[in-house]
Design a protein around this ligand. Structure first.
Ligand code: C2E
Ligand code: CA
Ligand code: CA
Ligand code: CA
Length: 280
């Protein structure tokens, strides 16, 4: 039994070691990626349910690795957060997304479009965050009210007062704030009321069971009435079927995004989607 215990401990150590090594490899590759501009941004349309119009896009970062091909953010964002590279990465994504929004605004002056960008807690906690945001706004000339920053519910609810104050300054610039993955944490209602956020983004896990799980339907419907009562907007994420879209429309959800409408795509695929309805 002792031997077996030792063998298991060794295996555990090997695994820890392998994981640490993998993490270090990702970190050094990511450093090179930032230097050599291997990161790029895709955009997923956000659709107004009542008429199928694309009203905005969410910017989602990807990494074109020289050996491993395109790597999804779930495989490197956590490492970037841990080692602090997220600050530089987030800055690049914000700049590129705003530059892209300015380009669309120039090409289509009559068409208003919102840009949503994910930001991480470490990025917001940087002393320069507000100054950099102002700089991006003034350099690109975009309408600040066309920009929305997304922070996760878990980050929002555990945030220190200083971070909330930064978010309040973001709001003062006119930029909107959305709470991502909403419903996955147990937000206290009083805390939610005091948050400088005007959009709740309903987590994909509840949309999955919309037609089949009565519990999920109840959760989505209570998030929608909560949002309505608090004067906040709603976006449903992860809509994969027409049925889910129809249920959300019937329940009063304003905007949705998901594979049913479109996957995240390269910037040049967005313009053609702006002149048609993505569903009726
Ligand atoms: P998220 O912000 O919750 O983004 C939504 C994720 O769901 C995206 O995955 C998107 O491609 C995927 N998705 C969209 N529609 C559907 C659908 O209908 N079905 C399913 N199954 N999935 C759908 P992605 O692009 O792999 O991003 C994963 C996460 O990485 C994001 O989750 C976000 O937390 C993070 N992330 C992405 N880009 C950035 C960034 O620039 N900065 C930061 N800090 N985090 C980012
Ligand atoms: Ca998001
Ligand atoms: Ca989300
Ligand atoms: Ca998520």
């Amino acid at each position: 039994a002792k031997d077996r215990g030792r063998a298991r401990l060794e295996q555990f150590n090997d695994e820890l070691h392998a994981r640490a090594e993998k993490r270090m490899r990702i970190e050094s590759d990511l450093r090179a990626a930032l230097r050599e501009q291997q990161l790029f941004v895709e955009y997923q349309p956000q659709v107004r349910l009542k008429d199928g119009c694309v009203v905005g896009v969410e910017a989602l970062v990807r990494w074109r690795h020289p050996e491993h091909g395109v790597i999804p953010p779930g495989d490197f964002i956590p490492v970037a957060e841990e080692c602090g590279l997220i600050v530089k990465l987030g800055r690049e994504v914000l700049k590129e997304s705003c530059r892209q929004l300015a380009e669309w605004a120039n090409q289509m002056p009559d068409r208003s479009l919102a840009m949503t960008v994910n930001v991480s807690p470490r990025q917001i906690a940087e002393p320069n965050f507000i100054a950099e945001l102002r700089e991006v706004l003034s350099e690109t000339g975009i309408d600040p009210t066309a920009l929305c920053l997304e922070v996760t519910e878990s980050m929002m609810m555990s945030a220190r007062q200083e971070v909330i104050e930064v978010l309040e300054r973001v709001r003062q610039l006119g930029v909107f704030i959305a709470i991502d993955d909403f419903g996955t944490e147990h937000s206290s209602l009083s805390r939610l009321r005091d948050m400088p956020a005007e959009v709740l983004k309903i987590d994909r896990s509840f949309i999955d069971g919309l037609s089949s799980e009565p519990g999920d339907t109840a959760i989505v419907s209570s998030i929608l009435s909560l949002a309505y009562a608090m004067g906040k907007h709603t976006i449903a994420e992860g809509v994969e079927t027409r049925e889910q879209a129809a249920i959300l429309l019937r329940m009063g959800c304003e905007v949705a995004q998901g594979y049913f409408f479109s996957r995240p795509v390269a910037a040049d695929k967005i313009a053609p989607m702006l002149s048609t309805a993505l569903w009726q």
